[in-house]
Ligand binder design. Sequence first.
Ligand code: PLP
Length: 359
Amino acid sequence: MRLACAEINLSALNQNLARVRQLAPKSRVMAVLKANAYGHGLVTIAQSLVDADAFAVARIDEALALRAGGVVKPIVLLEGVFRSEDLAIAATSNFHIVVHDEAQLYMLEHAELVSPISVWLKLDTGMHRLGIEPSLCDDFYRRLESCKNVAANIKLMTHFACADDTQNSKTTEQMAHFFQNIKTVHNELCLANSAGIVGWPKSHCHWVRPGLMLYGVSPMLAATGKDHALNAVMRLTSSIIAIRNVKAGETVGYGSAWRASNNTRIGVVAMGYGDGYPRHAPNGTPVIINGKRFSIVGRVSMDMITVELGDDHSVMLGDEVELWGPNLPVEEIAQFATTIPYELLCNITPRVEYKYIQE
Ligand SMILES: *Cc1c(COP(=O)(O)O)cnc(C)c1O
């Protein structure tokens, strides 16, 4: 019997990349692999995505792990670098860097590097997290152009705040702000995250930056991957390790938080927040056993959850339980746990076994 296991379907991953290409046929694809490829396994995911044009990560250590794993494609550091030592490493390892503020530009201007670095200049069009004020684009661009440490073909990017909601005018405003301020610069552009790719065709341009949708999950509000012809890549499973009878009025688990209203049966599953399952998943959160939905009852503990089997006698000790995956969208579990699928995927812990499959 297999305990906590994340089965990763590499065929589904590549079908999702093909779906990105179908939605944005004129764009090159920078596959976003930060946070351990959203919990799917950094190096294995990169090695599997042979058709991607580039990869993107958040931290330089993630980029170094990719190079150590034999990945030779361009790797973009989405936040750039924050220390001159890292600038030297980026030059040696041939990473592309984002420049999003004056301090990063100053560091570039005052560095001695083995070779020039490819730069993505990031404009802040309304997210107000990273990026330069768009009206400063010309000024920054000219300084980058005349900097000996910057390779030719400087690229421009921005990031959306509300692209998951097609009714929200913020994305149109951000695009307008972007295009108005880059008029004198004729370079490669990159705006769209997954939600931009799915919901905002005008944002596609030369490059797109999909993360979540590569893993088969919907980036849009109130939707699942299937709605956009995406296939779930992760299937999180474990097994029934005990089955018990509970009498009407008895309680189950920590805090005695759930009380049986009838005589019933409880299946104990080897899966808890120590595996990354959300502790706040309430009573009623679904799991799938032998193709049938059952509900969690009682609190999620570190190593176990409890599921009400009721009068269903088909479930046996050792049966496999799907916590999310192709048959149970992680988007649905996220909603029960009042979080987002991104967080659930990233939170998978090292004790979960990874099993990579190719259909
Ligand atoms: C994480 C990230 C992405 C990918 O976003 P998804 O919503 O997962 O597609 C793209 N661009 C930047 C700057 C990011 O930080």
